[in-house]
Every structure is written in C-alpha cells, then in structure tokens.
Write a protein that binds this ligand. Structure first.
Ligand code: DLZ
Length: 282
C-alpha cells in the first residue's frame, strides 16, 4: 500500500539553504533531513499530497503545484526572498490564482489558492431535510402532557412540512419519560420505522429522583439507537422548572419537538447516503 509520495529535485549547493528557508517561511513543515559524504536532503512536508492525472487542458504550467491558505501573504514572502524574480499572480481557468517561482534550474513551483477558500475543504457527507417517503415513530410521554403535547405538535408540524405523509407517522404514548427507551426499542425492532423521535419532559423541581431518571432515559435512548441501528432523536426536556419547560416547548427557545423531528429527518437521510456510499465502494 502507498505510504507517501516524494518528489526529488536537485538544487545547487548555494541555493540549498536559501530555498529551504523560503519553503519553511511559506509554511512547509521541516521533515527529518539527511546527510552523507556526497549530498544532503531537506524534506519539506505538506499536510496533503496527491499525484494528479489530467486529460485536456493543463491546469498550470509548473508541474509542482503547492496550495496555500493565503496567496497574497505567500506572494509577499516569496518577493522578500527573491526580490529580483518575476512573480506575477495570474488567474487560472479553475477559479483560483497562481504565481510561479523558478526556485532553481529545474525547480519551478506554482503557488496557488482557490478564490473561494471553502472549496479547499474536504467534501462532507450531510443529510438533507426532505422527509418524503420516510417512516417515523414518535414516542411521547403523558407525564407533563401540557408540555409534551406541544412538543408532539411541533414534531408533527416539522414532519408534515418536510414532506412526510401522515400514514408514515406512528405515534406511541407511554406513561412517563422513564418508559421512553423501552418503547423506542420495541418500535425500532418492528422494522416499520426509519427513525424514532423521543419526546418527554422532566422537571427537576417536581421530581425527587430527577437525576436518576434523566440519566437513565438519556442512556437508554442512546443505547437503543446504537443497538438497533435506527436513528433516535432526543426531544426529552430536562428542565429546572415549569417556566423553562414552557420556553422550550414553543415559546422563547423554539420548540424542541420540532428540532428533534428535523434531526430525525437529517439522520435518516445521512444513513441512506452513508449506506449508498459504502455499497458504491466509498
Ligand atoms: C415519577 C415521575 C416523576 C416524579 N416526574 C416525572 C417527570 O418530571 N417527567 C416524566 O416524564 N416522568 C416523571 N415521572 C414518571 C416516570 O418517568 C415513570 O413513568 C414512572 O416512574 C413509572 O415508571
């Protein structure tokens, strides 16, 4: 298997120190150098390297291309080191800018950056927010129903607006939050839902063993998600008092039921994408 790629370029003895300092100033990490009776080497390490085959239009004239995070700063550093060199920045046909430096006889390097810096970031896999065709289970506790019914309405609103059909939403009611994990697991194991939205409300002031219930509910929901492979979203409010619960169920702090439904949609979509990319071989 490939471990790394090294491009070796011979430079003159006079230029060796000067070029190593320039490349370090431009941001290369200095690798483990070597020296014997005939020669010496100064590896310059970049965080990412690649060997790129191109067909058609050549992206740039130097055959070594070094991407930098800030082209203008790199350009002014190069100018300081090489005051007599021609170092014009030019636009490329691939939405970036580049300047080329003749470092030594056979060492010509292009420094470049995308015009839009976000293009350099690795592509991320993210779920989208369309719920069409997805099947959801909602497990909602009756305890503090004044709050949990609002969470349920928020979740249903989100699912419907995102394209879920009513026939694809199954609501399961349980006595209190403590029962949510076991009901969620039973539902997940039926294989009839793509995700589960858990909704409950624990209020510290009114619950003597609040900490124990909250810990157990959170752990149980997480465990059910991991062991069944069905995404579970967490819409169980853990509040200091009723006022805080009201805020989180539709007043000041939005509706956590709505948010939990949106999370569920995103996770179903993400799961589908990851499965497809795995079956496509990445
Ligand atoms: C017992 C209890 C208490 C005191 N407080 C709450 C609460 O604030 N929120 C909630 O969802 N459930 C509460 N429960 C009920 C427990 O979750 C559980 O339903 C019962 O202990 C029966 O197992």
């Amino acid at each position: 298997m490939i471990r790394s790629l090294t491009l070796v370029r011979l430079v003159s003895r006079e230029k060796f120190e000067q070029l190593s300092s320039l490349l370090r100033a431009l941001g290369f990490e200095e690798g483990k150098g070597w020296k014997d009776e005939h020669s010496r080497g100064a590896p310059m390490l970049a965080p990412v390297g690649s060997l790129e085959l191109v067909e058609g239009r050549n992206p740039a004239e130097p055959d070594i291309l070094i991407e930098v995070s800030d082209l203008d700063t790199a350009h002014s550093i190069a100018r300081k080191f090489l005051p007599n060199a021609t170092l014009d920045i030019t636009d490329t046909h691939w939405k970036s800018r580049v300047f080329a430096v003749q470092l030594d006889g056979n060492l010509r390097v292009g420094f470049w950056a995308f015009n839009d810096p976000q293009r350099s970031e690795p592509a991320a896999t993210v779920g989208n927010l369309s719920a069409a065709g997805m099947r959801f289970g909602i497990v909602v506790s009756r305890w503090n129903s004044f709050i949990t019914e609002r969470l349920l309405q928020g979740a249903l609103d989100c699912l419907r607006r995102s394209g879920a059909a009513s026939k694809d939403i199954q609501i399961v009611r349980v006595p209190g939050s403590f029962e949510i994990p076991s009901a969620a697991r039973m539902l997940a194991e039926t294989g009839n839902v793509d995700a589960i939205i858990t909704l409950g409300c624990l209020i510290r002031g009114e619950t003597t063993h609040y900490e124990h219930i909250a810990t157990e509910v959170t752990r149980g929901i997480g465990q059910s998600a991991q062991e069944t492979g069905v995404p579970h979203s967490y819409g169980v409010l853990t509040c200091e008092n009723l006022e805080q619960a009201i805020d989180r169920a539709g007043l000041k702090s939005g509706n956590k039921g709505w948010e939990a439904a949106q999370t569920a949609i995103e996770m179903v979509s993400l799961k589908g994408k990851l499965k497809r990319s795995a079956s496509d071989g990445g």
